[in-house]
Design a protein around this ligand. Structure first.
Ligand SMILES: Cc1cc2nc3c(=O)[nH]c(=O)nc-3n(C[C@H](O)[C@H](O)[C@H](O)COP(=O)(O)OP(=O)(O)OC[C@H]3O[C@@H](n4cnc5c(N)ncnc54)[C@H](O)[C@@H]3O)c2cc1C
Length: 302
């Protein structure tokens, strides 16, 4: 079960005692507060707290632009302007605190995003639960033959069954030994902080993760992207849905300029300008390397 009975009781208690507030409230975010979205087989993401909304971004931006900036008075237009021109600090005025349960190997990728505040479950202090990420059959993919950092065809039949069996039996054997090493029945028992080193990286951990909207967008740009590993992407996708409800104008601008948009090099811009003038431009006369040209053509042709 993703949420423990204690966690469910804590959430119920919080939901049962709403407080009146003078703070800005984002109606779209209120419905996510204290509700957990299940991710992977035992994981979840839930919003613990948040600060700010679309208006908070504009409020901060107007400190720098003042009332005189008539052309950017409209909130949505102002937010699009800020996103377009990489004026990022107003987005830092919004913050979100999430409780996330995730496999350790996903946490290793996630923790690389240094611009967040993290507090993780202590496996020195507490005993980890017997919960391991085992991919659903449709996500049991073979190594890609064209991309060293990617997946190819899905494993099927006997091979899929063999791999699943190895994953499950190794995880359970390691956990059995974890318990046996810590057991103090007739022995001293190994410390938790040492016994855990024998556990596989598909075991689940949990953390509170607090980040501002600017850095969250950066995280989503990298991790909700098709190049990100599926197992972290599903968390990013779940968070993206929450952000879309929380700050719809900012998220719309982010989708348009960052997720759906693209950066062009000076060379790429030159190719487009030459083509618009009717010149036939190929990789050979573009100045781009073959791989960069392929990526450029894919980007333009969609
Ligand atoms: C598809 C993919 C593949 C990857 N493959 C690998 C891999 O093979 N090996 C590997 O090690 N990592 C890999 N990474 C991780 C990647 O290199 C980054 O560490 C990770 O995405 C976090 O990005 P970030 O540093 O921009 O984010 P954050 O740490 O959140 O930082 C955000 C921004 O803040 C600034 N910043 C933060 N800290 C500093 C600092 N100390 N100095 C200067 N500026 C700072 C930078 O502008 C940075 O972009 C991969 C990431 C992705 C998405």
């Amino acid at each position: 079960m993703p949420l423990s009975p204690e966690q469910l009781a804590e959430i119920e208690a919080l939901r049962a005692s709403p407080q009146p507030t003078l703070r800005a409230v984002a109606p779209g975010m209120e419905k996510h507060l204290y509700t957990a979205q299940e991710v992977l087989d035992h994981g979840f993401v839930r919003v613990v707290d948040y600060m700010g909304d679309d208006a908070a971004i504009c409020q901060a931006a107007r400190v720098s632009y003042g009332k005189g900036t008539k052309s950017v008075q409209n909130d949505k237009g102002l937010i699009r302007y800020l996103m377009r021109h990489w004026h990022s600090t107003p987005f830092e005025m919004c913050e979100v605190k999430l409780h996330v349960k995730l496999p350790v190997f996903v946490a290793r990728q996630w923790i690389r995003h240094r611009t967040a505040n993290v507090n993780e479950y202590s496996a020195r202090y507490s005993i980890l639960d017997r919960e391991f990420y085992i991919p659903a059959p449709e996500h049991l993919a073979a190594q890609s033959v064209i991309n060293n950092q990617g997946r190819g065809e899905t494993l099927t039949g006997d091979e899929a069954a063999r791999v699943l069996e190895i994953l499950k039996s190794d995880a359970n054997r390691a956990y059995d030994n974890y318990e046996a090493m810590m057991s103090d029945e007739g022995q001293q028992g190994l410390a938790r902080e040492l016994a855990r080193m024998n556990l596989p990286s598909n075991i689940y951990t949990q953390w509170y993760w607090k980040v501002d909207l600017h850095n969250l967008f950066h995280f989503l740009r990298l991790r909700a992207d098709s190049h990100a590993q599926y197992e972290i992407r599903v968390y990013a996708d779940a968070i993206a849905k929450v952000v879309a409800d929380w700050v719809p104008a900012a998220f719309g601008a982010f989708e348009d300029y960052r997720m759906g948009g693209a950066n062009l090099s000076a060379q790429a811009l030159d190719v487009i300008r030459r083509r618009l003038k009717g010149e036939e431009v190929t990789q050979e006369n573009s100045g781009m390397a073959a791989r960069e040209w392929r990526e450029f053509v894919d980007m333009i042709e969609g």
